[in-house]
Design a protein around this ligand. Structure first.
Ligand code: ADP
Ligand code: MG
Length: 589
């Protein structure tokens, strides 16, 4: 029977290493955090063989004194906290005092450091956790930690390391996270003596562009909101730049990269309305909060945190993002899309519409019929722009004036910057959806009596839903009644959807009610429900619109929140500038 005995320190450190530094990138993260905690303004990372052979971080921070070098490599030795009160308001990235001891226990580690007061540097070498006294060395102020042959003394562990390329990719990500967290710090990365990344100290937006690329940076919407002492700021990509993977999601709490379920949930909720459910939003966001209001001591690698007031944080993230995304109405960024001075240096072309709208692209309905069609489609009659008002293109509304319809799918329009192309079904669906939401938020969706009631054959549960959910159906703008156990009569449908096929519309709504129940349909399922309804009413492809109807659609888009994206997150419109058209025709070259 084995006796209970204390484990030697080295073994304790080796056990901890398995948790804290499971791979080179994890060791790198700890070294980067130490450098940032030491006030570094510049970081240099050198890797060999994906960090397995060598991992070296050099900084220009405060340095470590000779007599503290051995302590730095000892377990539970830290300069960052001293009491429980300190632990409850940690403002540094590290605080447990175990990273260097763990790394040193499983590698050949050399630490070289010089404080500003000292006239030279000191070096301490450790091999598998064993080290002698520090030796004088030459070096500038700051610290470099050089880690070689990670897990050389634990072959079983070393076998778990992946290919050089995989480990490099993880290290690269660790460097990118640090670089995004601290744009005010210069960052350089070398692999196998080749430069991979070299970033000067930068403004946050520039750093995001340098680290994550132009396509992402061009789609970014800046954000900055403070509520009850908590600040959320940073950048979120508009929904049209969504991703198939969760790879562009960076969230920092007090400069610490975290993956937090609460925050992920708040963000997903905020995007829920503008993003297809299989797509993922992209963002770089920073939450600055008093350290005492967040517990960072909940996970070995500190990637998770716990907020003392999770609700308040959830609300801030959800509402701040929601408000920012609501501003992406169509046309709102038309100017931002066209910064090219070329457009402004040439006189705006006279609007074709002002010269007598060319209708060759449109096979118009006869005028009277078109009026009626418009009424069913959009409700209130449009304010038709008077050609006289169009002598200056700059007075044109953001999405401009309609020119023609293409292929029964697209509306073409001209605005100040050039050509606007609108996906009419997508745009109309979004407008209908927002209208239904507004109506339901107000009180209830207005009802339109059907001239001839429609009957539908329904399954047992759907028919039962009619009897059970009469109030909910009324709120949604329906009047239905069971005729028999398997048939339902539809007497009225929501007024905004009066153009829809009542039978298939009613069937979809009943299916939803039967599956989720009235309460959920009006709460968590509400937006799906309204989106489904909007889809029934939206103008179908191959419907011919008149110029008047097209202009009404453009004006509705300008007035509708989130109309830059359809209900599935696809764009509803795009802009092709005159400069881009000129390039197509090689004009001015
Ligand atoms: P922790 O970061 O949790 O304190 P570490 O084991 O990572 O624990 O580091 C131990 C101590 O060594 C730190 O508290 C700090 O005082 C010192 N140290 C480590 N790296 C650096 C560095 N790059 N510059 C200055 N001091 C450092
Ligand atoms: Mg540390």
């Amino acid at each position: 029977m084995p006796t209970i005995h204390r484990l030697p320190d080295l073994l304790i450190n080796q056990i901890a290493a398995g948790e804290v530094v499971e791979r080179p990138a994890a060791a790198l993260k700890e070294l980067l955090e130490n450098s940032l905690d030491a006030g570094a303004r510049a970081l240099e990372v050198e890797l060999q063989a994906g960090g397995i052979k060598q991992l070296k971080v050099t900084d220009d921070g405060s340095g470590i004194e000779r007599d503290e070098l051995a302590l730095a490599l000892s377990r539970h030795a830290t300069s960052k906290i001293a009491t429980l009160e300190d632990l409850e308001r940690v403002a540094t990235l590290g605080f447990r005092g175990e990273a260097l001891a763990s790394i040193a226990a499983v590698s050949h580690l050399t630490i070289l450091s010089r404080t500003p007061e000292c006239r030279h540097a000191w070096r301490l070498e450790a091999h598998g956790g064993q080290f002698g006294p520090p030796e004088p060395a030459s070096g500038t102020t700051g610290t470099s930690v050089d880690v070689r042959d990670l897990y050389f003394n634990i072959p079983a562990r070393r076998k778990f390391l992946r290919s050089e390329a995989t480990e490099l990719a993880h290290c690269d990500e660790a460097v990118r996270r640090a670089a995004l967290a601290r744009p005010d710090v210069a960052v350089a990365l070398q692999h196998n003596s080749r430069a991979q990344l070299r970033l000067p100290r930068q403004a946050p937006a520039e750093r995001v562009r340098a680290v994550l690329g132009d396509a992402f940076a061009d789609a970014l919407l800046p954000l900055d909101e403070t509520s009850a002492g908590v600040r959320l700021w940073g950048f979120v990509a508009g929904p049209t730049f969504s991703r198939a993977a969760r790879d562009l999601q960076y969230f920092f709490v007090n400069g610490r990269y975290v993956r937090d379920r609460l925050i992920a949930h708040a963000i997903r909720q905020a995007f829920h309305d503008v993003l297809h459910h299989e797509r993922h939003p992209a963002y770089v966001l920073f939450l600055d909060i008093e350290p005492a209001r967040v517990d960072v001591n909940v996970h070995p690698t500190k990637i998770e945190v716990r907020f003392r007031d999770p609700r308040a944080v959830h609300q801030l993230v959800f509402h701040a993002l929601g408000r920012r995304l609501a501003q992406t109405r169509a046309g709102a960024s038309a100017a931002a899309n066209e910064p090219a001075p070329a457009t402004f240096s040439r006189a705006p072309a006279p609007l074709a519409y002002a010269l007598g709208a060319p209708r060759q692209g449109v096979i118009s309905l006869p005028a009277r019929e078109a009026e009626g069609f418009y009424q069913t489609l959009f409700g209130a009659p449009p304010q038709v722009p008077m050609p006289a008002a169009l002598t200056s293109a700059s007075e044109a509304p953001p999405l401009g004036f309609a020119l023609a319809q293409l292929s029964g799918i697209y509306v073409l329009a001209q605005n100040q910057y050039g050509l606007v192309i609108v996906d009419m079904h997508a745009a109309h669906e979004r407008i209908m959806y927002e209208r239904l939401k507004a109506a339901l938020d107000g009180n209830r969706v207005p009802t339109q009596q059907l001239l001839i009631p429609a009957t539908l054959v329904a399954g047992g549960v759907e028919a039962a839903a009619v009897a059970e959910c009469g109030d909910t159906l009324a709120l949604l703008g329906f009047d239905m009644a069971p005729l028999s156990p398997t048939t339902v009569v539809v007497r009225a449908i929501p007024a905004p959807l009066q153009d829809a096929d009542p039978v298939s519309l009613a069937r979809d709504v009943l299916r939803e009610l039967a599956e989720f129940g009235a309460t959920r349909v009006l709460t968590e399922r509400r937006d799906e429900m309204l989106a489904t309804m909007a889809c029934h009413a939206a103008v179908r492809a191959n419907r011919t619109l008149t110029i008047t109807e097209m202009n009404a659609l453009l004006r509705d888009m300008e007035a509708t929140e989130r109309s830059g994206q359809c209900n599935h997150g696809r764009p509803t419109w795009t802009q092709i500038s005159l400069a881009e058209l000129d390039r197509l025709f090689l004009r001015g070259q």
